[in-house]
Ligand binder design. Structure first.
Ligand SMILES: C[S@@+](CC[C@H](N)C(=O)[O-])C[C@H]1O[C@@H](n2cnc3c(N)ncnc32)[C@H](O)[C@@H]1O
Length: 198
């Protein structure tokens, strides 16, 4: 009989960034599509407040990082996390240009962001799930950095929304509380305490 294997303690495959060329093309495509569909429409759906700590996971060129940093103000903070060095560079440049001191860029090479546990009020995962192979590692890290009452805001982007919903729910780490089209708001699933054997 096969014994069920927990993936939590298994060594994770190292994620790889897309090439610089691919990243640059993506940025130009975003510039083009943003002319027709304003990415900031998402902001209205996010329960953002002044002073919040937000993690923009897979921040890319900072289409959300920058307006969110402006919205949450100097008492808040945005961690802009990405695996592509050009993304981090671009966000730093944009933040400097706007004198935004509440953005911390985090260049990762694994699913360990180095952000302290229970730090974030909200984690954004927008148009990024399709680039991730190790969903288990990703959602464990997101759960770790979120405060107990923290929220995960996801957009299925290049994937079918039903598939993304299935992926996140199958981890058993989050519960869907709201869905509007491609946008999903999730809370941390309470940790299941192991029953003590008497
Ligand atoms: C399609 S872009 C979306 C950018 C941004 N969220 C937006 O909607 O404008 C996906 C981003 O996720 C980043 N990414 C992919 N895998 C990652 C990983 N394992 N950790 C952190 N970032 C990752 C990519 O480098 C890229 O910048």
């Amino acid at each position: 009989m096969l014994t069920p294997v927990s993936t939590t303690n298994m060594p994770h495959k190292k994620p790889k960034p897309m090439s610089d060329w691919h990243f640059r093309v993506m940025v130009w495509l975003y510039k083009l599509t943003d002319l027709f569909s304003n990415p900031e429409r998402h902001l209205e759906k996010m329960p953002l407040r002044e002073g919040m700590v937000v993690v923009d996971y897979g921040c890319g060129p900072g289409r959300y990082t920058i307006p969110i940093a402006e919205l949450i103000g100097p008492q808040g903070k945005v961690f802009a996390v990405d695996i592509q060095p050009l993304a981090v560079k671009l966000v730093k440049e944009k933040a400097a240009l706007r004198s935004l001191a509440n953005i911390e860029s985090v260049l990762v090479d694994s699913f360990d962001t180095g952000i302290r546990a229970s730090t974030a009020d909200m984690v954004l995962l927008i148009d990024t799930v399709h680039l991730i192979d190790d969903h288990d590692a990703l959602f464990h890290e997101i759960r770790r950095i979120l405060k107990p009452n923290g929220l995960l805001f996801m957009d299925s982007g290049h994937m079918k929304t039903e598939r993304v919903k299935q992926i996140v729910e199958s981890t058993g780490l989050f519960t869907l509380v709201e869905q509007k089209g491609q946008d999903m708001l999730l809370t941390k699933e309470p940790t299941k305490e192991k029953k003590k054997v008497r």
